[in-house]
Design a protein. Structure first.
Length: 110
């Protein structure tokens, strides 16, 4: 996803009004979870929390690597890639939370 976004940015330098959104997958997933009433099961996976923990562990490993590595450029590239991944994941999480609110169904109405 990040590679596709970067390619689009390079192509869009001529046209400043180009935007990129990738919320269709998340909206579809939220819709399916709502229709099949699988929100509790999905929530129990703790998927977002586990990805956040993995990013934290990766940052800690990178910090240790920065201390011991002589090739700082390689470590900085890894850090930049990890930051881009974490930023993209946060955007995905925000979109998912918005989709969850969008598809919220009040059981009292039925």
């Amino acid at each position: 996803m990040l590679v596709c976004r970067d390619r689009l940015k390079k192509r869009a330098q001529h046209n400043k009004e180009t935007t990129f959104t990738d919320d269709g997958f998340i909206m579809g997933l939220a819709y399916i979870l709502t229709v099949l009433k699988l929100w509790p099961q999905f929530t129990s996976l703790n998927w977002f929390r586990s990805i956040t923990k993995k990013c934290t562990a990766d940052y800690e490993a990178l910090t240790e690597e920065m201390k011991s590595s002589k090739d700082s450029r390689n470590v900085h590239l890894k850090a930049a890639r990890l930051q881009a991944f974490e930023r993209e994941f946060k955007l995905l999480s925000y979109t998912f939370q918005s989709a969850r609110v969008f598809f919220a169904i009040d059981d009292d109405i039925e």
